[in-house]
Design a protein around this ligand. Structure first.
Ligand SMILES: [Zn+2]
Length: 223
């Protein structure tokens, strides 16, 4: 008989069960108010955006490393490591405006915003004082589009220190629709002898399909 619970025990246990039904359940650890266990919100995720990467993530510092043996998207017919990468790494300088345009286009294709910043003339309308914000915004634009099929159409030496280049390329946005753009860019040789991007005329959309024209799929042109 001693093994059977007494009626009193059963009643007490039942009352406790009843009370527990009204007791709020314990908070899961993630919702605890302890600062270290504060839940991660979407805003917290973005707080890290643009911050210095951890010391261990060396790969992140060189987004071009994965493309070493790829064909260079500047359409020069060489591997990236033997073509535009030395320019992107700063160990070589473009010999002329055409090489700079190719390297800047390649920087669009392989998402190297830093190179676009460092080869933009301080006299350019697109030059920004706040380099960190400029690089972040440029990266956002590059990440949203794919740039391919660069074709150089015409190169004009204006006065020895200024060159204009007409070219076409394909750009596709997140919906994968592709537009063919025609653009004319102007380059200047700086005092140090380095070629820099100065400005571009507004690019023309050569895409034949009029439905695509109504719905712009990508940026207004190269940045
Ligand atoms: Zn190249």
């Amino acid at each position: 008989m001693a093994l059977l619970p007494s009626l009193t025990c059963i009643v007490v246990a039942a009352r406790l069960d009843l009370l527990s039904a009204f007791r709020p359940p314990p908070l899961p650890p993630a919702l605890s108010t302890h600062p270290s266990r504060r839940p991660t919100t979407s805003l917290d995720v973005f707080k890290g955006f643009g911050a210095a990467p951890p010391a261990t993530s060396k790969k992140k510092e060189d987004p071009t490393a994965e493309h070493l043996d790829d064909d260079c998207p500047c359409f020069e017919g060489k591997l990236y490591k033997d073509c535009c990468r030395p320019l992107h790494k700063g160990v070589a300088q473009p010999a002329d405006a055409e090489q700079l345009l190719r390297a800047r286009f390649c920087a669009h294709a392989f998402k190297v915003p830093r190179y676009i910043l460092t080869t933009t003339s301080i006299d350019s309308d697109t030059y920004k004082e706040n380099q960190e914000k400029w690089e972040r915004k440029t990266k956002e634009i590059l990440d949203k589009a794919e740039f391919e099929n660069l074709q150089i159409k015409n190169i004009t030496d204006i006065d020895g220190d200024h060159t204009s280049i007409e070219f076409t390329y394909d750009v596709s946005g997140p919906n994968r629709k592709t537009e063919t753009k025609k653009e004319k860019s102007y380059f200047v040789k700086s005092e140090g002898g380095r070629w820099m991007f100065l400005r571009s005329d507004k690019p023309k959309d050569l895409t034949a399909d009029s439905r695509m024209k109504k719905r712009k799929v990508a940026s207004g042109g190269l940045v």
